[in-house]
Design a protein around this ligand. Structure first.
Ligand code: FES
Length: 91
């Protein structure tokens, strides 16, 4: 992975899957594409992030910020917020 990438781990484990992880993954891919961030992003599907019951869950590095109970409109907000921070998405 390039140091100039934002690494997003999105949980697609059984519990998160039942809580809408697949829809969140699609929304994330769409948001990254719409913001021109695909080449500066690495999305990894996690089997379980150990926060079952609070999902769908995602953690973003290098910041190490966790998100639970993801919703589609929240995905857009998260991408916008990380884009405005000191992150590889800004460079
Ligand atoms: S299945 Fe997603 S945190 Fe466990």
């Amino acid at each position: 992975m390039s140091a100039s990438c934002v690494h997003l781990f999105i949980c697609t484990g059984t519990t998160c899957e039942h809580q809408g992880a697949e829809e969140m993954l699609q929304a994330l891919q769409t948001a990254l594409k719409q913001n021109g961030l695909l080449k500066k992003s690495r999305v990894t599907l996690a089997r379980c992030l150990g926060q079952c019951g609070n999902g769908p869950n995602m953690v973003i590095y290098p910041e190490g910020i966790w998100y639970g109970g993801l919703e589609e409109k929240g995905i857009q907000r998260i991408v916008r917020e990380h884009r405005s921070k000191e992150s590889p998405w800004r460079t």
